[in-house]
Design a protein around this ligand. Structure first.
Ligand code: AMP
Length: 560
């Protein structure tokens, strides 16, 4: 290519692989792919620091497929398991599997891929393993369980070991499993480690797995540039958080799809029940829900069926004030109690997310990066808005420092979201009213009710999708849970609640009862040219707010 970057065609890839890449619409490799693929094809072990969204999955999938195709063309070896892809969660297994399936679409007979993540009992997967697929994707625990059950023998056949999201492996408690797997591998194999951070855990894993590895640290910031991702923060205490999120939704200030992150599962339901009373539907993504439901929720969200997902990454968070030993104990306890092969802010492929709202500020820098990394993926634009209480200020500073190390000097990555809380005083009363209904009992009941519903749905989904794999829209997950009495009048936003500065934007609010505006005659139902022009100019709520003087977030700091 003229600009010095290597194209897929210049990498010596098999035509079938190139065809699949072109069918995916990938015109050129991402930076990590450009660096990693040729090195992997040369036979090098690789440790790559790459964030989710950088194309890292394909960076290892492509050389793995190429190597298998080459082996099969040049020698007539028996069918055997040649590559093992380990990821820390079922969801990440599913994603890697999907990537592999897409990339082998033109050579699916030659390269067989199997996902044996723990979605079904061990014996159910045995017959599929007996066919010795070329590539296996799974979690470390499941891989070791199959090895121990003699369903999987890779001692002599394995050529490639890939560990994705390596930095999570140890914190998810997989260390022993990884050691167990390593003792069942041949003496010589090639290995790739992909990790968002190069933490001490990753270095330990590197020592265990890699030999003379090439380390790829791409000169990329951990999050997209400010031109693509706008990061706002707003000072906001607990009670105001609920009022603010309600006002933002009802005033249509959050355009597009949003993920709202909270720090505990209970708070997911608290927020869902609160929003429910204003007829704002939202789904909860909770580690207690069956995996079929969780995947289905994310799929439907990606398909555009839901606008709001409330998620907690509780199982990744530890109280930083707790002593390390206590943290370890807590970690262990949590791992036993919860589904540890689940992580919301890590890796799950949410698509076209316009806004990430940190309703609760994340408890460490990594979690901030991974949450906010769900938006502004690929070439799309995104906003992140963090609600920051007084107790979060220190952490906000930490995140700010960590991000500006790789970002623009001096200038903070955060812009203040200058929303004036006193302008939404009326919303506060309604929010208080709604909050009164969200009791601990209502939250507990909602949690139980949803799990029951989703257990039933999950079974239905399983059989339904076996017959109709393309049809995803059979069940919705954002229905009201009805464990609180819905107050019908709260659904609408009367004019007097709308801040003065927004009143001219009448289209943004629901209008209860009669509208003061004259109705247009039936024949001229569509908007006039002038209205269309006005709407277009006001399409970006943040920009329009800026011009209305409410938000100064978009303004840059003056530099002398
Ligand atoms: P990952 O970092 O592996 O989670 O990939 C993020 C997204 O980028 C996925 O949806 C991939 O389908 C997409 N992707 C991977 N490689 C390319 C490429 N070369 N060009 C365009 N999109 C890509």
């Amino acid at each position: 290519m003229s600009d010095g970057t290597l194209s897929f065609h210049e990498m010596g890839l098999d035509d079938r692989l190139l065809k699949a890449i072109s069918q995916l619409g990938w015109s050129e490799p991402t930076p990590i792919q450009e660096k990693a693929i040729p090195l992997a094809l040369e036979g090098k072990d690789i440790l790559a620091r790459a964030r989710t969204g950088s194309g890292k999955t394909a960076a290892f999938c492509i050389p793995v497929i190429q190597k298998i195709l080459t082996t099969k063309q040049t020698s007539s070896t028996e069918q055997s398991v040649k590559a093992l892809v380990l990821t820390p969660t079922k969801e990440l297994c599913h994603q890697a599997y999907k990537n592999l399936m897409d990339l082998t679409s033109s050579c699916s007979r030659e390269v067989k891929v199997l996902d044996i993540s723990p979605q079904v009992p061990l014996p159910t997967q045995r017959p599929m393993l007996m066919e010795k697929p070329d590539i296996i994707v799974t979690t470390p625990t499941r891989a070791l369980a199959h090895i121990k059950a003699c369903n999987l023998d890779i001692k002599h056949s394995l050529e490639l070991l890939i560990i994705d999201e390596a930095d999570l492996l140890f914190s998810f408690g997989y260390e022993e499993d990884v050691r167990g797997i390593l003792s069942n591998l041949p003496k010589i194999y090639q290995a790739f480690l992909m990790s968002a951070t190069l933490s001490e855990d990753v270095r330990a894993l590197k020592r265990m797995v890699l030999h003379n590895a090439v380390i790829l640290k791409l000169e990329e910031s951990q999050l997209p540039e400010a031109t693509q991702l706008t990061q706002y923060h707003i000072k906001c205490e607990e009670q105001d958080k609920f009022t603010l999120v309600y006002a933002l939704m009802k005033l249509n200030l959050l355009r597009g799809k949003s993920i709202i992150f909270v720090n505990e599962v209970n708070r997911c339901y608290k927020l869902k029940l609160f929003l429910e009373q204003f007829a704002i539907p939202a789904c909860v993504l909770n580690s207690e829900l069956p995996v079929n439901s969780r995947c289905h929720i994310v799929n439907q969200f990606n398909e555009g069926l839901y606008d709001i997902i409330i998620a907690s990454d509780e199982n990744l968070l530890l109280d930083p004030k707790t002593k390390p030993q206590e943290q370890e104990k807590k970690k262990e306890k949590r791992h036993k109690k919860k589904d540890r092969e689940y992580g919301v802010s890590r890796g799950i492929d949410f698509q076209n997310v316009s806004n990430v709202i940190n309703f609760d500020f994340p408890r460490d820098v990594d979690t901030y990066i991974h949450r906010v990394g769900r938006t502004a993926r690929g070439d799309s634009q995104g906003n992140a808005l963090s609600f920051v209480s007084v107790k979060d200020m220190e952490l906000l500073g930490e995140v700010e420092r960590a991000l500006s190390e790789t970002g623009v000097e001096e200038e903070s990555v955060f812009k203040p979201y200058n929303f004036r809380m006193d302008e939404i005083e009326g919303f506060r009363y309604r929010a208080k009213d709604a909050m009164r209904m969200v009791t601990k009992t209502a939250i507990r009941e909602a949690r139980l009710k949803e799990i029951k519903q989703e257990m039933l749905a999950s079974n239905k989904l399983k059989t339904y999708f076996e017959d109709n794999p393309r049809d995803l829209q059979v069940l919705r997950h954002d229905k009201s849970l009805h464990t609180v009495k819905v107050q019908k009048h709260l659904k609408n936003v009367p004019d007097y609640l709308v801040p003065q500065t927004l009143r001219h934007m009448r289209g943004m609010t629901d209008k209860p009862g009669k509208s003061k505006r004259k109705r247009k005659p039936a024949a001229s139902k569509g908007p006039t040219k002038a209205e269309l022009k006005y709407k277009k100019r006001k399409a970006d709520p943040l920009r329009s707010f800026e011009s209305a003087g409410l938000v100064g977030g978009g303004k840059k700091k003056k530099t002398s």
